[in-house]
Design a protein around this ligand. Structure first.
Ligand code: VG1
Ligand code: CO
Length: 565
């Protein structure tokens, strides 16, 4: 049978610019005639995938199955020789990164809008990953965007839809399609990295006084979590909840934070669970939350770095360097300094870690947005972080056989060594773009004129006062390829080492989202009462000052953030 290649005429759409992590829009936008086809063709116009292997997967959200078929038709017409597709179009983002690396694919197309809600009235997303398994760098995403602006036609073949529900190989026009088990390779990977026997031994011994609970929030990690916690670690079925992946995530917002992962928080509190965890729609984010114990993502990555030696992968290969995204607290920097490791501050978005990892200069990194990971793949990895924590807790308990060590003990010990970086983020979602731009313009003006320098700001409620030390617009020069990324957020630093950062989100699909990040450091020498305060108390004065000096409420016309993490 021959499959003639058609050239289908089309017209460019505005705004197909990939953001922090791919192109994210409402499903209805992707469903417009040729909208998805245009973007997919623009990807193939920007890479040279002829005769190559392309991985396709995603978080299984609404509109994924039809988009996989669109990519197969267009990809095949563009000369792709082999597609590796996750069964039922499912591959978590970390699993997809692993598959690209393991099977030496040329790249991958991931269908996900991550933590954004799904369903016919919510979001869809398409993201391109390169051969190292990581998100395409800006040089590639800019090229894709340029192509979308001038596209006049796309190529496609008329082939019958591939049955994605059966694992196996089929011939597809001039190409080949292999549908793979979504979970298997990922579980093999984690077993290579962590001390599963030690974790199992610990959890078996503490079935009654250390039960764990994982919440999949109806995202893609459900089947992965079952394979790890139930099939591999032999835990009871009650150790997981909301682990059926649904195309609309059960109507929820699959984002693991204290606001959106309330099903986990409620269950942990009601049942006194010492260790709970959740991940997001596509499985790259994580939250660690036990009864009365919340680990901020900034602390989480620093603690994993501090304990790296108990994790077989790092014990064997060593830790090469550490890194964080700019707004993430500096806790991990302190670990790097103590261990004598190189460390980096990169812009927001996982794509900025890839070059450092490929160059062998980075092993463990994270973002304050509940993203943690390592150079085992090139994406952040939710279940990796959760199993890393279990590995650490199991190791800590081996050292302390007479007293059960839990999350809070690990946190307290960490603060007593390094001090504590109080950290919080306020999100103002879907605010008018004009107001958000004016807020940023005002900060930029203060940078240009130096008008805020040395100004003193007192908090009315706490009496603390903060003196501005510097104000700047964060810019990053990649140490490996020397590419420069400008305008990555406005930073105000204070003389006591505190910081506030303002940034516009690059993942929202509607209006603008402003993020305000605050950080205040308390040294290890401070009284325990100061170190172990609730985070909201530790940051109260600084947040007031940040809001006042940015005039945020006036610019955005809102009083309260939509989410606080
Ligand atoms: C947000 C986070 C960022 C993260 C990105 C993708 O971006 O702040 O740290 O890398 O989402 O996460 P932004 O531009 O909206 O602040 V996810 O789980 O999409 O893959
Ligand atoms: Co995600």
């Amino acid at each position: 049978m021959s499959f003639p290649i058609k050239d289908v005429p089309t017209k460019p759409y505005d705004g197909q610019k990939p953001g922090t992590s791919g192109l994210r829009k409402r499903v209805k936008v992707f469903q417009q005639e040729h909208y998805t086809e245009n973007f997919v063709q623009s990807i193939f116009d920007s890479i040279d995938a002829k005769g190559q292997t392309i991985v396709i997967g995603g978080d299984g959200r609404y509109f994924s199955p039809e988009t996989v078929q669109t990519i197969l038709r267009i990809g095949s017409a563009n000369g792709v020789s082999k597609f590796i597709v996750g069964k039922d179009s499912i591959l978590s983002t970390p699993a997809a990164s692993n598959i690209i690396r393991k099977y030496k694919a040329y790249g991958g197309i991931l269908l996900t809008a991550s933590h954004n809600p799904g369903g016919p009235d919510n979001d869809f997303g398409i993201k391109y990953n390169v051969s190292n398994g990581g998100p395409a760098p800006e040089s590639v995403t800019n090229k894709i965007y340029e192509k979308t602006k001038t596209i006049q036609s796309y190529k496609s073949i008329d082939a019958p839809a591939v049955d994605l529900s059966k694992v196996g190989e089929t011939t597809y026009g001039p190409s080949e399609v292999t549908v793979i088990d979504s979970v298997k390779d990922y579980v093999i990977l984690l077993e290579e990295l962590f001390d599963f026997p030690l974790i199992k031994q610990f959890l078996d011994l503490h079935r009654t006084d250390f039960p764990i609970l994982f919440d999949g929030l109806h995202g893609v990690t459900g089947p992965y979590a079952k394979a790890i916690f139930i099939d591999t670690l032999g835990l009871p079925k009650s150790s997981v909840q909301n682990c059926v992946a649904l195309p609309d995530f059960g109507g929820g917002h699959p984002d693991p934070n204290l606001t959106y992962a309330h099903t986990l928080v409620d269950a942990v509190e009601a049942n006194n669970i010492p260790f709970g965890a959740a991940s997001d729609g596509d499985g790259d984010r994580n939250m660690i939350y036990g009864k009365g114990a919340f680990v901020t993502p900034s602390d989480s990555v620093a603690i994993i770095a501090h304990w790296a030696d108990v994790i077989p992968y790092f014990k064997k290969g060593g830790v090469k360097g550490l890194a964080r995204s700019m707004p993430t607290s500096k806790a991990i920097d302190l670990v790097a300094q103590k261990k004598g490791l190189e460390y980096f501050e990169v812009p927001t978005g996982w794509k900025f870690f890839g070059n450092l990892m490929d160059a062998g200069r980075l092993s463990i990194c994270g973002e304050e947005s509940f993203g943690t990971g390592s150079d085992h793949i090139r994406e952040k990895d939710g279940l990796w972080a959760i199993v890393a924590w279990l590995n650490i807790i199991a190791a800590a308990n081996k050292e302390s056989p007479n007293k059960l060590v839990g999350i809070n003990d690990i946190l307290k010990e960490f603060y007593s060594i390094y001090g504590r970086s109080f950290f919080s983020r306020y999100d103002y979602e879907e605010v008018p773009s004009d107001g958000a731009n004016a807020l940023v313009a005002n900060l930029n003006e203060a940078i240009d004129t130096g008008s805020l320098n040395n100004s003193v700001h007192a908090s009315a409620s706490t009496g603390n006062s903060f003196t501005v030390a510097s104000v700047y617009n964060f810019e990053y020069k990649d140490p490996i390829d020397h590419s420069v990324s400008k305008n990555q957020g406005q930073v105000i630093t204070f003389s006591d080492g505190s910081r506030v950062v303002f940034r516009l989100s690059g993942t929202g699909s509607q209006g603008a989202t402003v993020r305000l990040y605050v950080e205040r450091y308390v040294p290890a020498s401070a009284p325990v009462s100061e170190l172990e305060k609730p985070a909201s108390e530790g940051l109260k004065g600084l947040i007031e000052v940040a809001l006042e000096l940015s005039k945020l409420k006036q610019y955005l016309g809102v009083d309260e953030p939509t989410v606080i993490t």
